[in-house]
Ligand binder design. Structure first.
Ligand SMILES: Cc1cc2nc3c(=O)[nH]c(=O)nc-3n(C[C@H](O)[C@H](O)[C@H](O)COP(=O)(O)O)c2cc1C
Length: 336
């Protein structure tokens, strides 16, 4: 039976973004591990005391040798019993909650969770990864200069051998309104990606069920046309004035040019896979802009040959024409 150790640190029990996202993560994790169990530790309602000198000296005596290291023994046993560690951690005054720092002072312990060998430190809790849900009120990337928690948490987890550490970042929680909802939705998508779940994009604006179906069919049709090398089928998904914008290549405008370009592409390469992950679609009148990520795997047909794969960000514009929704602009950015 797999165990998820969930550590909450937000001082809020209501309205806490890290807790809401940790709930979401735990639910996804239990879907993947139906027989699993979630062990919870809340450092806000049940904080560990600051490390004292008596406790630290008891560390040297070894496990079970002194009541002063009983708490450390228990916390380390709990960590060792976990297959994955989930930490919800808000940014407080530029860094991690002090309760979480106090926790690490009890579990980072020589010859229990790390050792020194030939002058090198080695973490002893390998074999388990972690997910860090990091929230902050301001709008900034979690690893920007005024965030002294994310890098620290990754470093201290690595120090005791825990890794890889996945980061789910939610910024702008203090903004309220749509910005906050967007930040939470983005963070849920980050969680979904960790579990490899295909997600529906976020739809902004008025889309009927039929609009969504048609746009989904365009994506499916595009993937099918590319993998089967059918330039004509691909062109039929496009508006008459389709624009194809690829970095370092001349822009292509109009159906005829698009068809010729795709025919040339399919002569030079065979696509083994074309996978898209749409993230967001926003409608403005008869136009809809979609952003997402795509992955292509192709075998070049020229003398050099070779199989290539690339992950790209894309932006597509759909237009509602008299034939229904069609691609109007296809743009992809260089590989990430
Ligand atoms: C004491 C305190 C200090 C905070 N310091 C910062 C900060 O330095 N930078 C920031 O962007 N947000 C800061 N915030 C906002 C929190 O990071 C934000 O509200 C976050 O969503 C809290 O996590 P929670 O929603 O899980 O409770 C602070 C909040 C509190 C209560």
């Amino acid at each position: 039976m797999k165990t998820l150790l969930r550590i909450d640190t937000s001082i809020r029990t209501d309205g806490s973004h890290t807790r809401v996202l940790a709930d979401y993560f735990a639910a996804r994790w239990l879907e993947d591990h139906p027989d699993g169990r979630v062990v919870r530790r809340c450092l806000a309602s049940d904080p560990v005391p600051h490390l004292s000198n008596a406790m630290f000296e008891a560390f040297q005596q070894g496990r079970g040798q002194s009541p002063d290291c009983a708490l450390s023994d228990d916390l380390i046993d709990e960590l060792k019993g976990a297959d994955h560690v989930l930490i919800g951690s808000p940014l407080y005054n530029l860094t991690l909650p002090s309760t979480l720092k106090a926790y690490f002072d009890h579990v980072v312990r020589a010859d229990a969770t790390f050792e020194v060998r030939a002058g090198n430190y080695r973490g002893l809790l390998d074999g388990r990864g972690a997910t860090l849900i990091a929230a902050r009120g301001g709008l900034a990337s979690p690893e920007c200069a005024d965030d002294f928690q994310t890098a620290y948490l990754k470093a201290i987890l690595a120090f005791i051998g825990i890794g890889p550490v996945a980061l789910v970042a939610v910024a702008g929680t203090a903004l309220g309104g749509e910005a906050k909802e967007q930040a939470l939705a983005d963070a849920r998508q980050q969680v979904d990606r960790l579990f490899g779940k295909a997600q529906a994009p976020l739809w902004h604006g008025e889309f009927s069920a039929d609009d969504k179906r048609q746009i989904g069919a365009l994506r499916d049709g595009q993937a099918a046309a590319i993998v089967s090398g059918d330039a004509r089928a691909y062109a039929e998904l496009c508006a008459d004035d389709i624009q194809l914008l690829i970095p370092n290549r001349d822009a292509i405008c109009g159906q005829a040019g698009f068809l010729a370009a795709e025919e040339a592409l399919f002569r030079s390469a065979v696509f083994a896979a074309f996978r898209k992950q749409p993230l967001r679609v926003e409608r403005s009148g008869s136009l809809a802009v979609e952003t997402g990520r795509q992955e292509v795997v192709m075998a070049k047909q020229d003398a050099a040959g070779g199989v290539f794969s690339a992950r790209q960000k894309y932006t597509h514009v759909f237009r509602l024409t008299e034939k229904g929704w069609r691609f109007a602009v296809l743009m992809s950015n260089p590989s990430e």
